[in-house]
Write a protein that binds this ligand. Structure first.
Ligand SMILES: [Zn+2]
Length: 452
C-alpha cells in the first residue's frame, strides 16, 4: 500500500534543488517511490492513503552530525563555567554513568531530536570503557524510530591529567575489539542504526591506536569521527608533542580519508583546510557549542569555498543546551557574518544543505537520505511555517533558517513510518521519557558530585 504526502511545498534538495509548490511524495514501505506535482502523482496512485499537507512545507529529515546523547542529563550544569570547570563536570559525569542513565539520556535526546525534525543523528558515545554504555544509545535510537550512527568512543591516554580522566582510559586492544564486536553485531545490510569508530581526539588517543583505527575502519567500511582543533589547546598540544599542527599529525598517521568526520575544526588554518580537502575529509560544524564554550568561530566560509563538505551538529546538550537543530540553523547562518565573504558563501540555502544533503554526504549516507528523491529512504519532516514568528514570509527557506524557533515541526517520517504525528511522538511516551531523564539527571548529579 502506498502513502501520499499531498499538497505541500516540497524543498527536495535534489541535484536540481527543485522546490515544488503543491507537490506530492508517494511512499512505498520504507522508500520514496515518486516526487512531483500533486495532480500528476495523485493520478498515478489513486488508492494511496492520503495525508493532506496543503499549506505545509515538506523537507528532507534533518541530520545532526554530532552530539553526545548522555549529556542530555547535564543540561545547564555547565552554564557560566570556565572551559576547564565545564570539562571537569562533564568528565566526572561520564565516569559515573550507569547503563540506565545512558538509556534515559539517549531516549530524551532522540525524542528532542525528532521533535525538531531530525531523522538521522550521529552520537559520539564516550562513556566508556564500561562497555555497557554504548548499547543503550543504539537501543534508544531503535526504540524511538530514529536513524543513527553511534560512534563507539575511546580514550587511551589520560586526558587533562585529572583523577577522573583515568577511569575513562582503556587499552587500545579492548576498545577496538569491543568496537569491532558492536560493528559486526549491528551493521547489517540496511540497518537503520549503525556503529562507527570514535577516537576522542589526538591528545586522548595514542598514535598506534589511531593507525589501527584507520585499518579497522577500512576493513569494516565504517565512519571515523574525531574531534579536531576545537580549541587553541588542541593545536598547541600537538605542536608541543609532535612539533606539527594537529591535522598534519593525523595525516602522517594515515588516519585521514573521505570516511573521516572531523568535528569542530574551529582552529584550522588555511594549510589545514588544504590538507583536509586533499583527503576529502568531512567537517561537522557545531556553532552553538563553539559559542557556549568560547571555543571560537570555525572558518566555515573558507571550508565551503574550498568545496569541503560541512554538516551541522548541535554537539551535546551540556554545551548547547538543547538538541534542537532548527535553532542551530539560525546560529549557523548568523555566526559567520563577520567574514565579508559569508553572505555569498554561507547563504541560507547553504545552511539548509549543511543540515540535509551535505550532512548526509558528511556521514556517508547521501545515497540513502538527505534529499527527497525517488529511491531514497522516506525520511522527511512536515513544517508549519504559517505562525506569527515565520510570517509574513519571503519564502520557506528564509522562514526556516532565520525565523523559526524550533517548534514548527508538525510531523516526521522515518523509514516510511510516521514517527511524529501532529507534534506527538508515536513510538514512546514523551512524558515518561522526560520523567526518566529528570530522575537520572538528579541521580547522576548526586553520584558524580556535580549538582550545583
Ligand atoms: Zn563532541
Amino acid at each position: 500500500m502506498e502513502v501520499l504526502l499531498s499538497g505541500a511545498t516540497i524543498l527536495t534538495l535534489d541535484a536540481m534543488r527543485q522546490i515544488i509548490v503543491d507537490g506530492a511524495v508517494c511512499i512505498r514501505n520504507d522508500r520514496i517511490l515518486e516526487v512531483g506535482p500533486r495532480p500528476e502523482v495523485a493520478r498515478k496512485y489513486p488508492d494511496a492513503i492520503i495525508h493532506d499537507l496543503q499549506g505545509k512545507v515538506l523537507i528532507p529529515g534533518l541530520i545532526n552530525t554530532h552530539t553526545h546523547l548522555f549529556q542530555c542529563l547535564l543540561k545547564g550544569r555547565g552554564d557560566d563555567r570556565s572551559r576547564s570547570d565545564w570539562g571537569a563536570i562533564v568528565r566526572s559525569s561520564a565516569t559515573a554513568l550507569s547503563p540506565e542513565d545512558v538509556l534515559a539520556g539517549a531516549m530524551h535526546g532522540c525524542v528532542e531530536s525528532i521533535k525538531s525534525g531530525v531523522t538521522t543523528l550521529v552520537d559520539f558515545s564516550y562513556g566508556n570503557p564500561r562497555e555497557e554504555t554504548t548499547e543503550p544509545v543504539v537501543q534508544a535510537m531503535e526504540k524511538t524510530g530514529l536513524r543513527g550512527i553511534v560512534g563507539r568512543g575511546y580514550v587511551t591516554v589520560p586526558i587533562d591529567g585529572g583523577g577522573d580522566s583515568l577511569s575513562l582510559v582503556e587499552s587500545s586492544d579492548d576498545a577496538l575489539a569491543h568496537a569491532d564486536s558492536l560493528i559486526k553485531r549491528f551493521n547489517g545490510l540496511d540497518a537503520r542504526v549503525q556503529v562507527a569508530l570514535a577516537p576522542s581526539m589526538l591528545w586522548g588517543v595514542d598514535e598506534v591506536t589511531l593507525a589501527e583505527t584507520r585499518g579497522l575502519a577500512t576493513r569494516r567500511g565504517v565512519l571515523i569521527m574525531i574531534h579536531v582543533s576545537e580549541t587553541a589547546f588542541d593545536v598547541e598540544s600537538a605542536l608541543a608533542r609532535f612539533h606539527k599542527r594537529e591535522v598534519v599529525v593525523l595525516e602522517s598517521l594515515g588516519l585521514l580519508g573521505p570516511d573521516v568526520l572531523a568535528v569542530h575544526c574551529v582552529h584550522c588554518s588555511a594549510s589545514d583546510i588544504e590538507i583536509l580537502k586533499t583527503y576529502d575529509v568531512k567537517v561537522s560544524h557545531n556553532p552553538s557549542s563553539n559559542l557556549y564554550l568560547g571555543a571560537g568561530i570555525a572558518p566555515i566560509p573558507a571550508f565551503v569555498r574550498n568545496d569541503v563538505t560541512v554538516g551541522l551538529g548541535t554537539d551535546g546538550a551540556a554545551s548547547n543546551n538543547n538538541l534542537n537543530l532548527i535553532q542551530t540553523l539560525r546560529v549557523a547562518a548568523l555566526i559567520h557574518r563577520l567574514d565579508p565573504l559569508s553572505p555569498s558563501v554561507v547563504t541560507r540555502y547553504k545552511v539548509l544543505e549543511m543540515a540535509t544533503i551535505d550532512a548526509a554526504r558528511a556521514i556517508g549516507l547521501d545515497h540513502e537520505v538527505g534529499s527527497i528523491e525517488p529511491g531514497k529512504k522516506a525520511d522527511m519532516a512536515v513544517l508549519d511555517l504559517s505562525g506569527v514568528s515565520t510570517m509574513p514570509s519571503e519564502g520557506p527557506v528564509s522562514s526556516l533558517i532565520y525565523s523559526s524557533l524550533g517548534h514548527e515541526v508538525e510531523s516526521v517520517w522515518i523509514d516510511g513510518k510516521l514517527i511524529l504525528d501532529q507534534h506527538e511522538i508515536r513510538t514512546v511516551s514523551e512524558s515518561e521519557v522526560i520523567h526518566d531523564a529528570s530522575i537520572s539527571a538528579l541521580n547522576l548529579g548526586r553520584r558524580s558530585g556535580t549538582l550545583l
